[in-house]
Design a protein around this ligand. Structure first.
Ligand SMILES: [Zn+2]
Length: 490
């Protein structure tokens, strides 16, 4: 039977800096979704990558005496390394400088939008800083001056290509209201609808080659370079073959879910779907919009020096404990906080005490048993079996609505159940191999194995370790290895 496909993307972080924990959160959330869908038996494609064009990259490269491509490659690698750092199971990594994979898609989409009559030339007025060699937006300015060069930018007029975003106001509203494009959570759906209802303006889609040399040339007009929307947003379809591999593209598009932060909602819920509509392509089914992370209650900033980086946090706490915190403690929809104190509390209570104890007790009981524990489902306590079944349903509901904290909570309810069950049944006080003792132990083994399976999307290493610790064969159940899952932290 052909497997159902599932396509998920993260946003494309800009390569001018290295990833902080905010993007780490997005990567871990997306990874949990991807792993969960694989667990359900789907054929999953999980895409991430880097946005590598623009004047900022050009300037940073010059400062480092590198070519822009060298600089982009160096920083892009740090994002790609999140695969190891946070155990992110992405399948594809797209770079917007990739001439084989990305350019054909960006060019093909531009041409389609042009054919639809949605791209036209108009005078663009912008604030240009010659020191930065870039247009600045009013919000970049400090008291009307460029924050780097401390001088007033010039008002420049040049002819650029514009995209007729205004034509899509009504259609976008209808697609979002009907949930053909489903935006989660509802608060973000409301936010974008009220933005669209104010009416959309056409947006500039290119810059002169002179002012923006590091980017994709506009097809048919070498004097112009594609501006970021036309270039970077296209990655979601260029990576899966748009403009070069029709069959692969049709297998994956439309995306099942696109994960993004609340700061890029307008780009993903207005500009991007309008581009797709213009090209006659389907819209992604869902957008999941997460909040921001603060550090100890403060906004992270380089100047304050409180930016949290995934690799440093992993060195301090370990991959699975960090993933646990991000998924359980940080709200999926609102802003969350990383607090070292809260982390220690969560770690000791839930990981060392909760899961660690259950694992140690079940393995301990099993290893002390003289006769092998039979592998026989008649021994299963129906009460435990029912709890596992209910947990599977609750987990599914939570994951389909991106409530990662609830999903992880469902697994921890089972862990709590296991620990209570041991305390009540006291299997060690019974004569071995008493039938009651055997039933209790068998039910605990199945419970622990189910917990391990349910943990796969969230704590993949831990899940694997538990599953490998206990051998379940026809002839019986035995312990292969045991040890401390999460040592208590002081
Ligand atoms: Zn400047």
């Amino acid at each position: 039977m052909k497997k159902e496909s599932f396509y998920i993307t993260t946003t494309l972080p800009y390569v001018n800096s290295v990833p902080h924990i905010g993007f780490g959160l997005e990567a871990v959330q997306s990874d949990a979704i991807a792993r969960y869908q694989r667990l359900k038996g789907k054929d999953v494609l999980f895409l991430t990558g880097t946005d590598e064009h623009g004047t900022k990259v050009l300037r940073s490269a010059a400062q480092h005496s590198l070519t822009p491509l060298q600089f982009a490659t160096q920083n892009s690698r740090v994002f790609k390394d999140l695969k190891k750092v946070l155990n992110i199971s992405f399948d594809e990594f797209i770079r917007t400088t990739d001439k084989k994979k990305h350019y054909p898609g960006a060019i093909a989409l531009w041409k389609r939008m042009m054919e639809s009559g949605d791209i036209y030339k108009k005078v663009y007025r912008g604030l240009y800083c010659s020191g930065c060699e870039a247009f600045l937006s009013p919000k970049d300015l400090e008291q009307g001056h460029c924050p780097i060069h401390k001088k007033e930018p010039e008002l420049i007029e040049e002819e650029n290509y514009f995209f007729r975003l205004s034509s899509y106001t009504k259609q976008l509203k209808q697609k979002i209201q009907s949930r053909e494009l489903h935006i989660v959570p509802a608060i973000r759906e409301k936010e974008i609808l009220s933005f669209i209802e104010q009416g959309l303006d056409d947006i500039s889609f290119s810059r002169s080659r002179e002012k923006l040399s590091w980017g994709i040339p506009v097809p048919g007009d070498e004097t112009q370079t594609m501006y970021v929307w036309a270039d970077a947003l296209t990655n979601y379809i260029s990576a899966i073959g748009y403009g070069r591999d029709k069959k692969t593209f049709e297998k994956w598009w439309p995306a099942d879910v696109q994960v993004l932060g609340k700061d890029v909602l307008r780009f993903h819920a207005a500009i991007w779907p309008a581009m797709l509509l213009s090209a006659g392509l389907e819209l992604p089914k869902k957008l999941f919009v997460h909040g921001f992370i603060t550090a100890e209650g403060e906004k992270m900033s380089k100047s304050v020096g409180n930016v949290l980086y995934p690799d440093a946090l992993v060195s301090a706490y370990g991959i699975d404990p960090l993933r646990y915190y991000l998924l359980r403690e940080v709200s999926p929809f609102e802003d969350g906080d990383f607090s070292a104190h809260r982390f220690e509390e969560r770690y000791n209570a839930d990981l060392a005490h909760g899961l660690g104890n259950l694992y140690a007790r079940v393995c301990g009981l099993l290893s002390k048993r003289e006769a092998i524990l039979p592998h026989d489902y008649h021994l299963m306590d129906l009460f435990i079996e029912q709890k596992i079944k209910t947990a599977r349903e609750d987990l599914d509901e939570a994951m389909e609505s991106f409530r990662f904290n609830s999903a992880v909570g469902v697994v921890w309810d089972l862990i709590g159940l296991g620990n209570t069950y041991i305390a009540e049944k006291k299997p060690w006080s019974l004569e071995n191999p008493d039938i009651e003792n055997t039933k209790t132990l068998f039910s605990l083994v199945i419970l622990l194995q189910s917990i391990a399976v349910f943990l796969e999307p969230f704590l993949p290493d831990t899940a694997e370790r538990i599953q490998k610790s206990i051998r379940i064969q026809k002839k019986g159940v035995s312990v292969v290895s045991q040890g401390v899952l999460f040592p208590k932290r002081d």
